[in-house]
Design a protein around this ligand. Structure first.
Ligand code: CA
Ligand code: CA
Ligand code: CA
Length: 154
């Protein structure tokens, strides 16, 4: 086997491992906290769960009853928790500069240098926005290990 093939195989495996870890974390989005809600959380109308405020009116349904995407949400993608793609698709602002192409035309992953990460997020030195809580949690969320550098040991 040539070393080139070995290298490619290794890259494919590494990529698969990284994406599995990431999707595992993103899957956590589906998990909502039980009541009572904190001051920066939204109480779902059915009283069953609390979600971060940034998940309200962000196109994704997070409450079982859909109350986080209720009638008070604008339909023209003008809400602060929404992002308007170049191709006119509307996506959650939470998905902008997170390293994956959610718009379909990658416009959510361009000009990330100037993008202001939303509250509760930090910007990696490669301009990806990640959750503040993901700093020093043992996973390479920035994809260049920036969030796992200079961590208190132990
Ligand atoms: Ca939502
Ligand atoms: Ca994205
Ligand atoms: Ca991390």
């Amino acid at each position: 086997m040539s070393s080139k093939i070995v290298l490619v195989a290794f890259a494919v495996i590494a990529l698969a491992v990284v994406s599995a870890k990431r999707s595992e974390k993103y899957y956590a989005r589906g998990h909502v906290k039980r009541i009572p809600c904190g001051s920066n959380e939204f109480a779902c109308k059915d009283g069953n769960a609390c979600i971060p405020i940034k998940w309200t009116c962000d196109i994704e349904q997070d409450c079982d009853d859909g109350s986080d995407e209720g009638l008070t949400c604008p339909t023209d993608c003008s809400h602060a928790n929404q992002f308007s793609c170049k191709n006119k698709q509307c996506i959650s602002r939470d998905f902008v500069c997170d390293g994956s192409n959610d718009c379909g035309d990658s416009s959510d992953e361009t000009d990330c240098e100037h993008f202001q990460c939303i509250e509760g997020e930090i910007k990696c030195d490669n301009f990806l926005c990640i959750e503040e809580a993901w700093k020093c949690d043992g996973y390479d969320d920035c994809l260049n290990n920036w969030d796992e550098k200079n961590c208190p040991s132990g």
